[in-house]
Design a protein around this ligand. Structure first.
Ligand SMILES: C[S@@+](CC[C@H](N)C(=O)[O-])C[C@H]1O[C@@H](n2cnc3c(N)ncnc32)[C@H](O)[C@@H]1O
Length: 590
């Protein structure tokens, strides 16, 4: 192997190039040779490249260290996987005349296509990293030297950012030909690029029209692969052909989700799950996204195991205006898909756990810096995190937190006068508060927190972890006559009376709710449960359809296990509270 343009090339390729280029000085002549031999269009962009290549091939080793490529989401597809993907496409009778690899890297997909598809007339590979442009070219030469009889289409490997390349120019020339867009666009999010100060982004970065707040809370975070995939769909949706791109599962989910509004002319949307640990040595759920272009819009996606393609695992997507993770199981529980009459809330956010999260050791509070601290009890509340929500009923907390505000934005001056020890402690660590990264804390009173309101001070709560995949809700009881707080990984409903909380708990832990949640949540989502998901549980409908004997049985069980003495006397009141105002029974008629 020798290294040229930071790329390893085999002796087979370097010997060959040396042979045909040694007497050539003009770029036109060199490019003509490469076109005749392998179909390349503009193999050399300029004379310098030709010179460098010749000189390097003539000299010996040229070792250059690998640069940091984090901002390019660089995970090259191995040749075995690329070949298997191309082969699988042939089994679906896909036979492209034009192949487009939007971010071709070292060209493994292009070679897999050259090997598998016999009818290709043109290939376009685009890549931002010059060394990979060369590597693709060398790999293609190597492929043809080893397979001299293979079909040789026109090949353009273009050094450009995918965001600058004019894909419409391909459309203009070949609008009737069958195309295949294949590849593995960069695995990097816009927020990661932001943290790397990278400009490897499309020009209009707010392409999903998220608000500034969404961007701050992470909702506006997107994978640039999603942008590239949508760009391909948007440009080529009315051209005969197919798309096959390796992307994160969330990208596929988002594309199917957006289909309701976008209605792109794509159908046969499929997700073929791969083992990313094995293929790329990363722990990210990813799959091959496939769809057929130029067809009536489809709103669902069928999921397969890439390695065992025979049977579909699940079908997800839209059923009328409901987005569902498993269309088959959903049909049995569809009737509780509505609007929760109570508002689900996220727990407290402070981004300052070392100061705000406390343990109690021998009647003293100890913070995350292992400092023993003295505080008035007033602003200290018991606190639960996702990992604490394992049991059905919780009466005691392992951790405590300082609640500095009763609602978002409230002035915090009062702490100085009413709770001097707490104020002293918080002030001592003011720098930790001030160095919180999220801009939600900008221009807010000192020691501000979020996810706080009247609801946080409700004595009885029903809670679930947003992070865990356990479909189990927990009843949280007050501790030392104070409400218990939840952290921002949890979601909760707050109640003033125990009965309503327990009735809700029973409904939420019923088999119907479990099945419903299983049919609308995605196991690969960062947060299985979000406010949007939980708000879909129509608690009133559940209360109306639950078998009363089942309800009584569950209540008895809770009474026995947790030493309560609850009855169903408030059940009608509970139903009434959940009913829309116009349907409520007034006391007069009750
Ligand atoms: C996940 S790798 C996959 C490479 C190749 N498609 C494959 O499957 O082996 C992503 C590739 O995108 C390239 N890339 C990143 N940003 C790009 C951009 N803006 N334009 C074109 N290529 C880009 C990277 O250099 C890298 O080669």
């Amino acid at each position: 192997m020798i290294k040229v343009f930071e790329v390893n090339i085999t002796h087979q390729v370097s010997d060959y190039l040396n042979d045909i280029l040694k007497n050539i000085v003009s770029i036109e002549k060199a490019n003509q040779k490469m076109h005749e031999a392998f179909g390349f269009i503009h193999f050399f962009d300029n004379v310098e490249d030709l010179q460098i290549l010749k000189e390097t091939i003539l000299s010996s080793q040229n070792i250059v260290s690998e640069p940091d490529r984090a901002e390019y989401g660089d995970f090259q597809t191995n040749t075995v996987l690329a070949k298997k993907i191309a082969f699988n496409l042939t089994t679906k009778n896909i036979s492209p005349e034009i192949v487009i690899e939007p971010t071709c890297g070292k060209g493994n997909f292009i070679i897999a296509c050259l090997e598998q598809f016999t009818g290709i007339k043109k290939v376009f590979g685009i890549e931002i990293y010059k060394s990979y442009v060369w590597e693709s070219k060398f790999n293609i030469i190597n492929f043809y030297l080893s397979n001299p009889t293979k079909n040789k289409p026109e090949i353009s490997i273009i050094h450009s950012s995918v965001f600058d390349f004019n894909f419409k120019s391909i459309l203009k020339e070949d609008s009737t030909k069958e195309i295949l867009i294949i590849g593995n666009p960069p695995w990097v999010t816009n927020s990661k690029l932001g943290s790397l100060n990278s400009s490897n982004l499309p020009k209009k970065t707010n392409f999903k029209n998220h608000s500034g707040l969404d961007a701050m809370t992470g909702k506006g975070n997107f994978d640039i692969a999603e942008y590239i995939t949508l760009m391909m769909i948007e440009t080529f949706q009315h051209q005969k052909g197919n798309i096959a791109l390796l992307v994160k599962n969330t990208v596929i989910k988002n594309i199917v989700f957006d289909q309701l509004v976008k209605k792109y002319a794509v159908s046969d949307i499929e997700k073929h799950c791969i083992d990313s640990k094995k293929e790329f040595n990363v722990s990210v759920e990813a799959a091959l996204f496939c769809c057929k272009l130029n067809s009536n819009p489809s709103f669902n996606c069928t999921e397969f195991d890439f390695y065992n393609n025979s049977t579909a695992k699940v079908n997800f997507g839209w059923l009328a205006n409901k987005f569902v993770s498993n269309l088959d199981t959903y049909s049995n529980v569809e009737r509780i898909d509505g609007q929760c009459p109570f508002e689900w809330r996220q727990g407290i956010k402070h981004d300052c756990s070392s100061i705000m999260e406390l343990d109690k050791v021998n009647e003293h509070f100890v913070n995350g810096l292992k400092e023993e601290i003295k505080l008035e009890n007033d602003l200290v509340y018991g606190m639960l995190k996702s990992s604490d929500l394992k049991n059905t009923v919780i009466k005691e907390t392992r951790k405590y937190t300082i609640v500095t505000q009763k609602k978002v934005g409230q002035e915090t001056n009062y702490i100085k006068y009413d709770f001097p020890k707490t104020y002293k402690y918080l002030s001592k660590h003011e720098n930790v508060f001030n160095s919180r990264k999220s801009s939600i804390y900008n221009n807010k009173p000192p020691f501000s927190i979020f996810g706080i309101g009247d609801y946080s001070f409700k004595p009885y709560k029903v809670a679930i972890s947003g992070l865990y995949k356990t479909f189990h809700f927990t009843l949280v009881l007050p501790q030392d006559e104070k409400p218990v707080m939840l952290d921002d990984t949890c979601y909760m409903l707050g109640f003033d009376n125990l009965e309503f909380a327990v009735y809700s708990l029973i409904l939420l832990n019923s088999q119907t709710t479990v099945r419903f949640l299983q049919s609308i949540t995605f196991s690969d989502a960062k947060r299985t449960f979000t406010k949007d998901v939980l708000m879909r549980i129509d608690l009133l409908k559940l209360a109306q359809i639950i078998d009363k004997s089942e309800l009584q049985k569950e209540l008895n069980y809770i009474n026995e296990t947790y030493n309560f003495n609850l009855t169903l006397v408030y059940w009608c009141e509970f139903i009434n509270k959940m009913s829309p105002i116009e349907n409520r029974q007034t006391q007069l008629f009750a």
